[in-house]
Design a protein around this ligand. Structure first.
Ligand SMILES: Cc1ncc(COP(=O)(O)O)c(C=O)c1O
Length: 323
């Protein structure tokens, strides 16, 4: 009888959490724990001395910038959500641009031709592919039911191996969302946002990676696109934000810019939870600035894979009561 080699894998016993096997959407990118840490990774590797950031973005972007003590300067965006570059970009500096709502891939392509050191924040554009040679990062929790996780495209990789993060203590809102409903998990979701602050750069947790490996990305992308197109067809005429639909792959939300500052409130009262992108913009800008107006009046309507056309039709009808 042949002698068996010791088996490195345990066998039998209880069953592990059973998730669908499959493949990640960006298997060749670097897996990290958060989007902000992907930005830190880029800033460290490229050794930039200054970064230009939009007034219209999330304040967590400042975490790595402050940590590395890098100079930063805000820039404004125009009504197409594109940078107004009326300043000299200093040498050894970079410009961060957000692919807003996942509808600005055209602008990303244009900027990549003119800006020497461009960083693309695709946190809102999971399905927009990274452009060759352009440092680009993604945050997974904005699109899928995971508590953390990021992908990064960069040629200049860190030489040391990163420790792997753990998501075990960040899962309560996801579990509660199933057993108790989305509202019941909201407090834990907010607590998780705080837990994600000021962490060191680590590799993506195995739990997050495993969940991301089981997602049917083609289906998710298809549903988003269908829902987005449906809303655009019906809301385009009322939408004060004008955009080219061909530039959007499968966006994060449908950005509806309204003239009614209470519209968000009305929808929330009807259990249509629309976020404010981003509360910190009120601190960074004054009332005369476009970004301040956007933060107040832009209504990001959910269009994701959880919703069929009937749901979207219901949301549209609810919204139309207030137009
Ligand atoms: C535009 C934008 N970029 C980056 C991030 C950071 O992503 P993460 O929470 O994965 O660090 C966020 C939100 O947190 C964001 O809204």
């Amino acid at each position: 009888m042949q002698k068996n080699k010791p088996n490195p894998k345990s066998m039998g016993g209880y069953f592990e959490l059973q998730l669908t096997a499959g493949a990640e959407h960006y298997p060749n990118l670097i897996r990290l724990n958060t989007g902000r840490n992907a930005l830190e990774y880029i800033l460290k590797q490229r050794a930039y001395t200054k970064i230009y950031i939009p007034y219209f973005t999330c304040e967590v972007i400042l975490e790595p910038i402050n940590k590395l003590n890098i100079a930063y300067q805000f820039y404004s965006i125009n009504e197409q959500l594109e940078p107004i570059i009326d300043f000299e970009i200093e040498p050894h500096s970079c410009l961060l641009y957000t692919n807003y709502f996942g509808i600005k891939q055209g602008a990303v392509k244009e900027l990549s031709k003119h800006i020497k050191h461009l960083i693309v924040d695709n946190s809102q554009a999971f399905f927009s592919e990274p452009l060759p040679g352009i440092d680009t990062f993604y945050s997974c929790r904005k699109f899928f039911g995971v508590s953390d996780g990021a992908y990064l495209q960069i040629k200049k990789k860190l030489s040391k191996k990163l420790p792997v993060d753990s998501s075990i203590n960040r899962f309560s809102h996801l579990l509660k969302s199933i057993e108790l409903g989305i509202e019941a998990g909201y407090g834990d979701y907010k607590a998780n946002n705080e837990v994600l602050e000021n962490n060191e750069i680590k590799g993506m947790s195995l739990l997050t990676q495993k969940i991301l490996s089981g997602i049917d990305y083609e289906e998710c992308a298809k549903i988003r696109k269908r829902n987005f197109n449906f809303l655009h067809q019906h809301l385009q005429a009322h939408n004060l934000l004008k955009f080219d639909i061909s530039e959007s792959s499968s966006p994060m939300v449908y950005p509806f810019l309204s003239a009614d500052r209470d519209l968000k409130l009305h929808l929330i009262q009807k259990k249509i939870y629309v976020a404010t992108y981003w509360p910190n913009v009120f601190k960074w800008t004054n009332k005369k600035m476009f970004e301040n107006h956007l933060a107040r009046y832009l209504v990001p309507l959910p269009i994701d894979h959880r919703y069929n056309l009937q749901d979207i039709f219901f949301m549209l009808n609810t919204l139309q009561q207030f137009l």
